[in-house]
Each structure stands twice: as structure tokens, then as C-alpha cells.
Design a protein around this ligand. Structure first.
Ligand code: FES
Length: 165
């Protein structure tokens, strides 16, 4: 059964007060708080947020599925997002993704639009392609959790992952 710690719920209640006209507008900030705390947004969390805001769960799910930044499955301890938009793709983001998967022992063969996240067997790393991360002149770029890396050479992936062990 999904439950939210008292402190987190208090934070949400405070956020909701910022939207006196329509609680529905609090969906995004509440989802961000959920993802920040649990690292992804489960079905139970969607139902919980919907109940909290007096909405149908589908209304919350629509938001979760619309924004690629929201994760619907659990990531690894460290989550890596690799930009695959044009500039980065031309600069080698697919090669970078392959190198990360090889180094972290991640099988992406089952990843697709509906299952964008692949996790290493030991649960330490996960990967996902992302759309433009707003640093197009310095590709390929990737993010490890909130840390940003530019011009990442596939050959240097070992060094990069070693910072996150
Ligand atoms: S194309 Fe990769 S950051 Fe914009």
C-alpha cells in the first residue's frame, strides 16, 4: 500500500495552497515532489496524487506520460540520460550510449518508447535516451542524476562511471 511520509505530505499541502483557484494546477509540482522522493512515479503514486487533488487518476497519468522527465519505472542508484537529439546524435550519442551500456553491463534490447529505462543487473546504473538537454554545441552530452557532462567520449565512460560507485 502506497503511503507518503508526513513531512512530504505537509510539503505537498503547502504547495497546494499556491493554487487556490484550481487544485488541478498542483499536479506538476506534486509529481515532481513524488519523483524527487521515490525516484519514479508508480501507478500507486498516480492514484494517490489523484485522490489528493480530487481528480480522476487518468488526469494525473496523462501528465506523467506527457512529460519525458517523469519516470514510470524505478531507475538504478545512478540514472544516466543521454541526449539523442540531432546535434548530439551526429556527435556520437548512440556510440556513447553503447559504451555506457557495455561498461555498466546494461541490456537495452527491451527498451522502447514505453519502457525507456534499462537498469544494470546490480541495480547500480540505469540509462535512458533524452531529448535535447540544451547544450547542443557540446555533444554528445549526458546527465548522471543532476550532474551534466559535455563532449563525453565513449572511451572515457569508465572514468565517468567511476565517479559514481
Ligand atoms: S542536441 Fe543534445 S543538447 Fe541539444
Amino acid at each position: 500500500m502506497f503511503s507518503v511520509p508526513t513531512e512530504l505530505e505537509a510539503k505537498m499541502d503547502e504547495v497546494i495552497t499556491h493554487y487556490p483557484v484550481s487544485k488541478r494546477s498542483a499536479v506538476l509540482p506534486l509529481l515532481h515532489l513524488v519523483q524527487e522522493h521515490y525516484r519514479f512515479i508508480s501507478e500507486e503514486a498516480v492514484t494517490w496524487v489523484a485522490a489528493k487533488l480530487g481528480l480522476e487518476p487518468i488526469k494525473v497519468l496523462e501528465v506523467v506520460t506527457f512529460y519525458p522527465g517523469f519516470r514510470q519505472t524505478a531507475p538504478g542508484k545512478y540514472h544516466i540520460r543521454v541526449c539523442r537529439t540531432l546535434s548530439c546524435a551526429m556527435a556520437g550519442s548512440y556510440e556513447l550510449m553503447d559504451a555506457i551500456c557495455k561498461e555498466a553491463k546494461i541490456d537495452r534490447s527491451h527498451s522502447d518508447h514505453h519502457h525507456p529505462i534499462a537498469v544494470s543487473e546490480d541495480g547500480k546504473y540505469s540509462v535512458e535516451f533524452a531529448e535535447c538537454l540544451a547544450c547542443c554545441g557540446f555533444g554528445p552530452v549526458c546527465m548522471v542524476d543532476d550532474d551534466f557532462f559535455e563532449k563525453v567520449e565513449p572511451a572515457k565512460v569508465g572514468e565517468l562511471l567511476a565517479k559514481y560507485s
